[in-house]
Write a protein that binds this ligand. Sequence first.
Ligand code: BES
Ligand code: ZN
Length: 622
Amino acid sequence: MKPNPIQWILIFTIFSLTFSCKEKSKEKDQNTMIKDWHSAAKPEEAVVTHEDLDLKIDFEKKVIEGIAMLSVWNKSKGTELYIDTRNLEITNIFLEKDGNKTEFEFLEEKPFMGKPLKIKISNSEKQKVIIVYKTTQNSDALQWLEPSQTAGKKHPFLFTQGQAILSRTWFPCQDSPGIRFTWSANVNLKNELEAIMSSEIRSADSTTGRYHFEMPKPVPAYLVALAAGNLAFQKIDDRTGVFAEPEMLEKSAYEFGEMGKMVSAAEKLYGQYRWGRYDVLVLPPSFPFGGMENPCVTFATPTILAGDRSLTSLIAHELAHSWSGNLVTNATWDDFWLNEGFTVYFERRIMEELEGKNYADMLAVLGHQELTGTLEDLGNKSESTHLKLKLTGKDPDDGMNDIAYEKGYLFLYHLENLVGREKWDAFVKKYFDDNAFQSMTTESFVEYLKSNLLHINQISEEKAAVASWIYQPGLPAGYQIPSSLRFQSAGNAAQKFGQTGKIDKSQTQMWSSHEWLHFLRALPKTVDKTQMAVLDDNFNFTQSGNNEILFEWLNLSIKNQYLPAYLALDKFLTHIGRRKFVLPLYKELLKTQEGKALATKIFDHSKANYHSVTRQSVEGLF
Ligand code: BES
Ligand code: ZN
C-alpha cells in the first residue's frame, strides 16, 4: 500500500529526527526571575515540563473531551500546583503515583484570565497529574464551523487560536509565554475528517480516526494548536507543503509555491530552521488573523490567496516567527515587540532576498503608513505607544497593536544602520542561537544587545537611543523614515487624480498590489462620489479579487459614502472574519448615524461567523 500524504510526512519526520542532532534545551532554570501577570502559574515552585493530551472531538456537541497528563517538576517540593483554566469543565484530577483522586479548587474567576486551578500534589520532585476535563461553549480559543462556513460546504471544521491567553480555554496548562514544555496528543475523530496539530511528529490512522502528534521541542502553551476538517495535503518540496480543504488546495499550493525558497532564504540569513517541516494550513475565511505561527504548521487566512502570489510576505512573516517568537520567545506579553518587531524585520529581509530591495522597501513604507495612523489614533504621548508595554490588569488582546510590529521594526532597522548590515546580521544570528528555546524579557534583550553589539562596536546606549525607543512614546526625533522608489509612480498618480480627476491608465499596467494599496492610501481624504465612480469604472475595485485592495477600497467607500460598494461591503464583512479587516470597517461605519444602522444590521447577521476574538473586538466598538 502506498503511504498517504500524512504517512509520508511521518516517514520524513522520523528520518530527519534520527539524522539531525536533537535539540537539547539548555537546562537553565529561567522561571525564577520572570513574573507574568497573565498567568496564575508559580513556575518557581512547580512547573509543567511536559503534557500528554488525549482528545476526543465531538462535532455534534461541539465539545472536546480531554484527559491531560501533566509532568510536573516540583522544585520547591511543596504540595500545590497552579494551572490556568478558563471556561473549562473539570471532571476529576488524579495523581498518577497512586491513581487516587486529589483535591483541587478553583481560585477566584477574573475577566479574560479565567479561573486558576489550585491542585494538591505530593511533595516529590517529579510527578504526574492527570486532569479529566471538557471544553464548554465559552472555550474561546475554539471556533466550531458549520459546513456552510467551509469551502466544501459538506463537513464541519474546527480550529484553535491560542495566542495570547486563550490556550487555557481548551486545555489546562501553565499559560505563560515564559513557560515551555514538550507535549504529545492523541486525537480521536468520529468521522472521516483529518486532524492536524502544531507538532514536529504526526501520524494518522484514517480508518480508525486516531491521530498522534508529538512535539519534542519545548514550546509555550500559546503555540499548541489543533485543526480538524476535510483536509488534503499537497507538497511544495521535500520539507514544505500546504494543507487545505480539497476545494482550496490547488490555489493554495500555487500561491505558496515559493515557500521552500523562503525557508532557504531565512536559513541563509539567520541560521538553521530547527523545526523539521514547514507547512501552511489554509483555514476557512472566519480565521481571525492573517496568520498564526503555530510551530511546523502556520495557520493562515484564505484572504491572502490573491492568485498572483502578491500577498505572500505574510507567509515570510509567519515563517520568520520560527526564529523570533517560537525559538526565542517574549517572556511576557509586555515584551510582545520582541516577537513581532523582530519578525517584521526578518520578514522584510526574507522578501528582500526573494524579490529584491525595491520590493522590500514597498512593504516597509506600507508598514510605516500604518504606524503613522496608529500613532495618530493613540496619540504621540500615549503609554501604549511604548515598545515595552504595561498590560497588567488588561486583556493582552486589547493592548497589543501595530506599535510592536512597526515601531519594533524601525528600532531594529535603526540598529542595523548604526553598525552596518554585516555586523548586525552576525549579531541577530548569534542572538537566536544563544537564546534558542528560551524566553526573553525586554530587559534581558537590552543587556544582550549592550554586550554583544553596542559595547564591542564602541556605541553608547545614548547614541543607540535604546531607552528612548523602548520606554518612550511615539518615535525618536530624526529616525530614518522608510522610502520606496517604486511608489513614486503610484504616489504621483494619486496626487494628480486628486487635482484633476484624471488618471493615465497606461502607467498603472505594471503596478503590483502594493502599488495599488499605496495609490488608494495616497488619494485625498475625501473623494467625491463621481470620482469614486470614475475609479471604480476604470479599475473595478469593488470587484477586486485581492482582499487587501478590496479592504482599502471598502474603507474609502465608507469614508466617502460611495453606495455602489456597499453590497460588496456587506458580503466582505459577512464572509471574512480577519480582525485586521473587519475592525477598521466597522469603526469607519460607526462614525455616522446611517453607518451605525448598517453596521448593526451587518453585525447581527455576521457575528455567528466570527471567531470570539473578532466578535468581542467588534462588540467593544459598539
Ligand atoms: N502572532 C501574530 C498573530 C497574533 C498576534 C495573534 C497577537 C494573537 C495575538 C501573527 O504572527 C501576526 O502578526 N499576524 C499578522 C500578519 C502579519 C503579516 C503582520 C496578522 O494576522 O495580520
Ligand atoms: Zn507576527
